[in-house]
Design a binder for this molecule. Structure first.
Ligand code: AMP
Ligand code: MG
Length: 400
């Protein structure tokens, strides 16, 4: 059976064959999209020499008294030139008077009857408090590179390059289908042996959290022909990923693998040496040069979401050259049972104490327990070689 890292590498090598589309996005709507072009400065940034503070602009000399000549405020520039004994009242961001080379902050001066003097002990040096034209970035240089995820901090730089529209990668399109005779709609009350369908909602939310789009295909019974029909039409639709849940293990009514094979999906792997989520199936469907990646995930709500977080999410980050998910190093607060050579992803709760991350994990760790999953905020990664980690051990955690 494949180990976790081997399986993830296979997914990464397939995902990079997807053809990425691009589109124009209004910067107002561009939050969390990924840039598909370098954004270039069309002007120097800042575009002119200006004052970094509210103060007095002057020509530096050894003197410490000046006559206030005039004033200039941001956006209301008119060319004035000054002599060594003159100063101009200036506001932050205002363009500098023609020959001024220094600005003294307003806090460092005393003003008396149109005369300005330096407060005793004020620091005064040529070139102080001036933001030079092009000092942030020169014209024609890259302000924001392609593959940057657009965040509030990025948008101002894009806007200042004169761009109200940018080229971004189109969102990936997912379809999610659940299978199982036991499933009923959420609004119905479970009777006898039925359970409410829940995992399509967690998986759809996981797709949306990554800012991609998802089509909810609902759920179907464990009837091979019905499943085949549904998946056949999904494969004909305009999607990049198909995620199914349930029916992918070794049970008598687990038809998904057969159905995929019969529909021409090329299996890349089935089963990975992990817990939970071991029965994961991964395959590729190709038609007329277009590829769809297929993930057959187990039905357990915990297993399917763990599969998404540890396989699909890192593979998409890799595709868009995003940083790998940050792992938090924490001190385990209780003993955990792990007797096998699988990689475990245990649910835990992180907290910080005296600057040190700690993680508690006093859960049943049942892969069917969606209430525990809801209460947890991380997956504790227990690599293959680890056995029965003890309180006080250092572990890595993935935030969820
Ligand atoms: P399976 O992967 O089909 O063997 O299902 C494993 C477990 O997950 C069973 O207990 C199912 O009842 C449960 N399960 C399957 N599909 C779903 C679903 N869509 N939502 C919630 N639980 C499910
Ligand atoms: Mg089933």
């Amino acid at each position: 059976m494949l180990n976790y890292n081997e399986a993830l590498e296979i997914i990464k090598s397939e995902i990079q064959n997807l053809t990425l589309k691009t589109e124009e996005a209004d910067i107002f709507e561009s939050y969390n999209r990924i840039l598909a072009e370098d954004v270039i400065a069309d002007v120097d940034l800042p575009p002119f020499d200006n004052s970094a503070v509210d103060g007095y602009a002057l020509v530096f000399s050894e003197r410490n008294e000046w006559t206030i000549k005039s004033e200039v405020s941001a956006g209301n520039y008119s060319p004035v030139s000054i002599t060594e004994d003159e100063a101009v009242l200036i506001t932050t961001g205002s363009k500098l008077p023609v020959n001024a080379d220094t600005v003294i902050p307003i806090e460092d001066v005393e003003v008396d009857n149109g005369k300005l003097s330096l407060k005793p002990g004020a620091f005064f040096k040529k070139g102080l408090n001036i933001r030079r034209k092009g000092s942030d970035l020169e014209i024609d240089k890259i302000a924001v590179p392609a593959f940057t995820k657009i965040k509030p901090k990025t948008v101002a730089a894009i806007a200042s390059c004169g761009r109200d529209k940018v080229k971004v990668f189109s969102k990936l399109r997912f379809a999610v289908l659940a299978t199982g005779d036991e499933l009923i709609p959420v609004r119905e009350k479970p009777e006898n042996d039925k359970i409410r369908v829940s995992n399509i909602y967690s998986l759809s939310a996981a797709v949306k959290e990554m800012n991609h789009t998802v089509l909810n295909l609902g759920f179907v019974k464990d009837d091979k022909n019905v499943i085949k029909e549904k998946i056949h039409s999904a494969l004909e639709s305009n999607i990049d990923f198909l995620i199914t849940t349930g029916g992918v293990s070794v049970g008598k009514y687990d038809f998904l693998k057969e159905v995929f094979e019969e529909l021409g999906v090329r299996r890349k792997f089935w089963k990975v040496n992990i817990k939970p989520g071991k029965p994961i199936y991964f395959g590729v469907f190709e038609k007329n040069g277009k590829k769809i990646l297929i993930f057959g995930l187990p039905g357990n709500p915990v297993s399917s979401l763990v599969n998404f977080k540890v396989f699909i999410e890192p593979a998409i980050d890799y595709l868009f050259k995003q940083k790998e998910t940050e792992m938090i190093t924490a001190v385990l607060q209780n003993n955990l049972k792990k007797r096998d050579g699988k990689r475990h992803f245990a649910r835990g709760i992180l907290f910080e104490e005296n600057g040190v991350w700690k993680v508690t994990s006093e859960f049943s760790q049942s892969s069917g327990n969606l209430v525990e999953m809801s209460a947890s905020d991380c997956l504790i990664v227990l690599p293959e070689e680890i056995r029965n980690p003890q309180k006080g051990d250092i572990v890595k955690c993935i935030k969820i």
